[in-house]
Design a protein around this ligand. Structure first.
Ligand code: G3P
Length: 308
């Protein structure tokens, strides 16, 4: 469900208007939405309407696009124009009396609204009453002036929990580091909007990198077959191998529990799996275990050689 407003789980939005970054992060499958603001649009160097439309086509979840008018009437017109760009646009309005009035009007029309520049629990309470889909408290900017940004999240979560009919999600914004994200999750915040570099840091741990390297080094020492080992095999070993010219017959001989993980063509000479020079490599999966199989093509004698 692309617009899963009100569903309680920790969502990750990316705080950028850089389309290349968004595409890259969306490929991780862990990106739930995007937030932009006038500063980020300026940084992108692109026309706002173009870039928002493009982002909305990449990410199915909410994409925040900010109004720049300060009076209710103009802000409402602007918000309606932004909302027309795509159904996953969330119109961003500032936490001012005109902003909240606009929030209420847009929410009544069924538009998602993200109320931004929130720095107090009282402001967050007003945004929920105005029907906002999201409230954006800026934790990093509070930290910057010596206040505790995460304490504000704690206060807002406490207030919102008292009123289960509030549909507003707490979108932790102005995130500076991974600990902000972890603390936000501990408090049960619904969303964190995170700069691309911080989003990537969430994946990282030195012990993961070191551990993986050690495992792979030890695996290589076992001499057991993998793609790397196969690549270093000498042609003399080919003598031991059986010759096959028909995939289907080979698979049938192995029993019906073995299913090719790709649709395999009947004749070897039309295969094109993992071709490297004159060598092809293929893998079939059985229910019990994974069977690795190397496939070599002997062009001279028009034959395929398989080794299980
Ligand atoms: O998009 C709003 C907010 O996340 C901005 O963050 O880093 O400019 O304080 P920042």
């Amino acid at each position: 469900e692309p617009l899963a407003i009100g569903v309680v789980y920790m969502k990750f939005f990316v705080d950028t208007a850089d389309v290349a970054e968004i595409k890259d992060l969306a490929a991780s499958g862990l990106l739930d939405g995007v937030t932009t603001n006038p500063s980020l649009i300026h940084k992108s160097g692109r026309q706002m309407l173009d870039v928002i439309k493009e982002i909305c086509a990449i990410v199915p979840g909410p994409v925040s696009a900010e109004t720049v008018a300060t009076d209710h009437k103009t802000m409402l017109e602007e918000g309606r124009k932004l909302a027309k760009l795509a159904k996953n646009v969330a119109v961003k309005v500032p936490l001012t009396p005109d902003g909240l009035k606009t929030c209420k009007a847009l929410a009544a029309e069924g538009t998602m609204v993200n109320v931004t520049l929130c720095f107090s629990a009282a402001q967050a309470l007003l945004a929920a009453k105005a029907g906002a889909s999201f409230i954006s408290p800026f934790v990093g900017r509070l930290d910057d002036i010596g206040q505790d940004g995460m304490h504000l999240i704690e206060e807002i979560m406490t207030i919102y929990r008292q009123y289960p009919h509030f549909k507003t999600e707490v979108l932790v914004a102005s995130v500076r580091h991974t600990m902000h994200v972890v603390q936000a999750a501990k408090l049960g915040a619904h969303v964190a909007t995170v700069p691309p570099n911080v989003l990537r840091q969430l994946f990282k741990h030195t012990l993961t990198d070191n551990g993986l390297k050690a495992f792979l080094d030890d695996w290589a020492k076992t001499g057991q077959q993998n793609a790397k080992a196969a690549a270093t095999m000498t042609p003399t070993k080919q003598r031991q191998w059986k010759f096959w010219t028909d995939w289907q017959a080979w698979l049938q001989a192995k029993g019906s529990s073995i299913k090719p993980h790709k649709a395999l063509p009947q004749h070897w000479n039309t295969m094109a799996l993992g071709r490297s020079g004159t060598r092809l490599e293929a893998t079939v999966n059985s229910r019990e275990s994974r069977i690795g199989m190397e496939v070599y093509i002997d062009h001279e004698h028009s034959k395929a050689m398989f080794k299980q």
